[in-house]
Structures are given as structure tokens and as C-alpha cells.
Design a protein around this ligand. Structure first.
Ligand code: G3P
Length: 218
């Protein structure tokens, strides 16, 4: 399973990249705003900075909701760097735009996926990735992991090439569950990725090894 980091924070992106296990980055307008990145040019520059840190797909989201606007914005985003993936919202105008981008060889990430029907539409339009939002489904007492399993089954039934990019991942168990369900990619916060390394027996075992070494070499 590929690991993407879901943030626009450059320090966190660098830290994850330095671990050597990072495959890409996803952002959205809320994550940009959280970092204080505002204004069209600043946002575009920020995408390029991220692309220069991580050698992998970087999702950059359009804010237009009409076909012509999505195409205009998406083509400009895609021209910024080879690794840009145009993130398009799951609306009918977005589906039309994904079909267009697909015919032009521009990679897309269809975002705000909350149902299997939406995932089918995006795959038929040729989306490179779809982003089902696990955590936000969990937030309304719907099991987000069930959606991942359902989409996996459907995509396998028809050998769709669209990759499942599990998003709105909140904690390490989400990551492990996504891997069990054969999600192609997960995108989550640095905290959840780092938490995968933690185990109390690892901590206590290492303490013992180091203490025994120190005793033997005192
Ligand atoms: O990738 C989508 C993600 O940014 C949404 O996460 O935690 O805001 O639901 P969250």
C-alpha cells in the first residue's frame, strides 16, 4: 500500500519524506488555509515547493465547480509540475472534467467520495485515484471501512484501473485496516503514520538491550 501524507505543512512533509516511506502528498483547500497559504499565486507556488520535496504524486485541488472552470484550472495545475495530480470534486461537472483530463493523459483524484455509486462513476470516467473519506463517514456513525471493501470488490469485478486512495484517515488502525482491505493508497496525518512504529514491548525490549549492553561494558 502506498503512503501519502495529507497536509500542506512543509515541515511535516519533509519529516515524512526523510523517513523514506513516503510515496506522495494530498492537499485540499482547508489544509492550505490551515497553513496560512492564501492567494492564487501563493497556493500555486506552494504546490511547486511540495513537488520539489517529494518525488511522487501531489494532489492539487481545483476550486471551480463548472466544467470549463475545472478544465482551465486543472490544465494550469498540471502544467506546474509532472507530479501534479488534479483533484476534482465528485460532482457531475467534475465527472465530465475527469473524462476530459483522462483523454489528455492528465492524472486525476476524484475527491469527496462517500458512496460506491460515486466510485463507479469516477472509475468509468477514468479517474486515476478516488478518495473515499473514511473518518468523515465514521463521524456520522457509518463504517468508512465498509465503503473501502465495497469499492475494492466492485473495482476487482471489472478490473478498473482506478486506484482507491483511502482519505480522511485519522489513526494507525485506519491505516492497518486499509491495508487489510487492499486499498491501493492511504493518505493520513504524520501523527498516524509515526504511531505505526509504537509498541510498548519494542520500547521495553530496547531499554533492556541497552541496559544489558551498558552493564557488560561498564
Ligand atoms: O484527504 C481528505 C482529508 O483531508 C479529509 O480529512 O480529517 O478533514 O476528514 P478530514
Amino acid at each position: 500500500m502506498k503512503f501519502f501524507i495529507d497536509t500542506a505543512n512543509l515541515e511535516e512533509i519533509k519529516e515524512a519524506n526523510d523517513l523514506g516511506i513516503l510515496d506522495g502528498v494530498t492537499t485540499n483547500p482547508s489544509l492550505m488555509a490551515k497553513e496560512g497559504i492564501t492567494g492564487e499565486q501563493n497556493i500555486l507556488d506552494h504546490y511547486v515547493t511540495i513537488c520539489n520535496i517529494v518525488d511522487g504524486p501531489v494532489s492539487a485541488e481545483v476550486i471551480s465547480t463548472d466544467f470549463a472552470g475545472i478544465i482551465r484550472e486543472g490544465e494550469h495545475l498540471a502544467s506546474l509540475h509532472n507530479n501534479i495530480v488534479v483533484k476534482v470534486p465528485m460532482i457531475l461537472e467534475g465527472i465530465k472534467a475527469i473524462k476530459y483530463f483522462s483523454s489528455k493523459g492528465i492524472k486525476t483524484n476524484c475527491t469527496l467520495i462517500f458512496s460506491a455509486g460515486q466510485a463507479i462513476l469516477a472509475a468509468k470516467a477514468g479517474a486515476t485515484y478516488i478518495s473515499p473519506f473514511l473518518g468523515r463517514l465514521d463521524d456520522i456513525s457509518v463504517n468508512g471501512l465498509d465503503l473501502i471493501a465495497q469499492i475494492r470488490l466492485i473495482y476487482d469485478n471489472y478490473a478498473y484501473n482506478t486506484q482507491i486512495l483511502a482519505a480522511s484517515v485519522r489513526h494507525p488502525m485506519h491505516i492497518i485496516n486499509c491495508a487489510e482491505l487492499r486499498s491501493d493508497v492511504m493518505t493520513g496525518p504524520l501523527k498516524a503514520i509515526k504511531a505505526l512504529a509504537n509498541h510498548p514491548l519494542t520500547t521495553s525490549g530496547l531499554e533492556t538491550f541497552l541496559a544489558d549492553y551498558a552493564k557488560g561494558n561498564a
